[in-house]
Design a protein around this ligand. Structure first.
Ligand code: AMP
Ligand code: ZN
Length: 463
């Protein structure tokens, strides 16, 4: 059974769906004011790992993710670009979906946009005012954290440190400034045409109420797992708990799943520090290598990103591919005993490591050991056709979780690809390296075809 660390209890706990059938998962999605960076994508890939692993275990999963398409950042950036909010955010929402596809992340079962759920938010805010948890001020409606008996339980804040009666009208702030937070922000000039009418005045929702409203509406009052990066523990998830539980009167989220940051030279990868890469910047590397790199550290540990580590992951992927290709050359007849035994042991290590709080480093170490032993067996001619099939079928099974193996190496180039390859070859022969490089990048980016020049000419491969 899968055991997973719960940020709320600070313990590793067994997880099971509350209704015994289907895991209800809510993951905080992107704020669509720019392309997602690979730090964001690390978090989404690790959430995808959990989603895929639960399915691998045979569970049904309903995964809801939101898109924050209205908040301080989206309004500010769209105004700077002179674009209507919706036009501005929809471009980045589309790009986000492309990134999910490129990285092999399963699309959520339901993707919900904040701007389409405003009535639900208004309903909850009205109820919180009626129940005495929220109050109106000149610049909006605020949640009164002193009214929520256990405010701070997720981030372990001590109540006496809270600033009573101090209000904060920004979406994000530090623990030491914990104070009443905005559920609804009254319209101000800088919001331009971004506002909705509500019984408590025209304005727009605060960031935190968006996720409370969307998760309650689409998953109900009991959510099995709620995910996000560690930076969301406070204030976002703390405030979400305060809102949702004050509204429903009972605990909503059973298990909080937070993954740690991707860092660069000791600092969190972030837009504000400018130390980030998007997938567009890394088109020379395969998505499989990035996935493998993400799995190389435990999800609760920081992962230090560098291009060198990504290039190393790429080499490992190459080794995986060579291994798979080598298997197809095993044609001998006979029993499958030795290969079968290796698979059995590898499968146990795979399940055992992931069941233990998604221990990906241990799982990968096990996999490397398996490849080493299986390679030896292949080289000594002891892997039969049946044995190779058994190994391939194991890799296919675990690939439904990992998405790092490739099995099809026999494909041909399409007419267009053939044309691009020969144009590039011509440019290279004519020493037009700029053009040759542009064409190489185009093949990689648009067709996922990698060209390698060798002494005997060029080779191409799909990645
Ligand atoms: P955002 O689009 O900023 O709302 O963030 C989307 C997701 O990415 C959230 O779950 C964040 O916690 C997460 N995130 C932001 N920066 C990083 C980072 N450097 N490493 C890992 N996850 C991150
Ligand atoms: Zn959220």
């Amino acid at each position: 059974m899968l055991r997973l660390y719960n940020t709320l209890s600070r313990k590793i706990e067994e997880i099971a769906p509350s209704d015994g059938r289907e895991f209800k998962i809510y993951n905080c999605g992107p704020t669509v004011y720019d392309y997602a960076h690979i730090g964001n994508l690390r978090t989404f890939t690790l959430q995808d790992l959990l989603n895929r692993y639960l399915r691998f275990h045979g569970f049904r999963v309903k995964l809801v993710m939101n898109v924050t398409d209205v908040d301080d950042k989206t309004i500010k950036r769209s105004a700077e670009r002179g674009l209507p909010l919706n036009e501005f955010t929809s471009k980045y929402a589309q790009e986000f979906l492309k990134d999910l596809d490129a990285l092999g992340i399963l699309r959520p079962d339901k993707l919900v946009y904040a701007t389409q759920e405003i009535p639900e938010m208004v309903k909850i805010i009205s109820a919180l005012i009626d129940k005495g948890f929220a109050y109106k001020a000149t610049d909006g409606v605020y949640f009164d954290i002193k009214k929520s008996g256990d405010y701070g339980k997720l981030s372990k804040l001590k109540l006496k440190k809270l600033k009573s009666g101090v209000r904060l009208n920004v979406d994000s702030y530090e623990k030491n400034t914990a104070s009443d937070f905005a559920l609804w922000k009254a319209w101000q000039e800088s919001d331009g045409s971004v506002f909705w009418s509500a019984p408590f005045g025209k304005g727009r929702p605060g960031w935190h109420i968006e996720c409370s409203a969307m998760s309650l509406k689409h998953l109900g009052k009991v959510i099995d797992i709620h995910g996000g990066g560690v930076d969301l523990v406070f204030p976002h998830h703390e405030n979400e708990i305060a809102q949702s539980e004050s509204f429903t009167g009972s605990p909503v989220v059973r298990h909080w799943f937070h993954s740690n940051h991707l860092i660069v030279e000791g600092r969190k990868m972030s837009k504000s520090l400018g130390n980030y890469y998007t997938l567009r910047d890394l088109s020379g590397y395969s998505a499989r290598a990035l996935r493998l790199l993400f799995f190389s550290a435990h999800y609760r540990d920081e992962l230090d990103f560098s291009l060198v580590s990504l290039a190393n992951a790429e080499k490992t992927i190459k080794g995986f591919d060579e291994f798979v290709q080598k298997l197809s050359a095993c044609k001998a007849s006979g029993g499958t005993l030795e290969a079968g035994q290796l698979v059995k042991e590898a499968e146990e290590v795979f399940g055992g490591s992931l069941d233990d709080d998604l221990g990906t480093p241990k799982m990968l170490a096990g996999l490397h050991g398996f490849f080493r032993d299986a390679n030896k067996l292949i080289d000594s001619g002891k892997v039969t056709l049946g044995g190779a099939k058994e190994i391939l079928s194991f890799l296919e099974r675990i690939n439904s979780v990992l998405g790092v193996f490739r099995f099809d190496f026999s494909d041909k180039l399409s007419k267009e690809e053939e044309k691009l390859v020969s144009m590039r070859e011509k440019a290279r022969k004519e020493k037009d390296y700029k053009k040759s490089d542009e064409l190489r990048q185009r093949l990689l980016k648009e067709h996922k075809i990698q060209l390698d020049d060798t002494a005997g000419g060029f080779r191409w491969k799909r990645i």
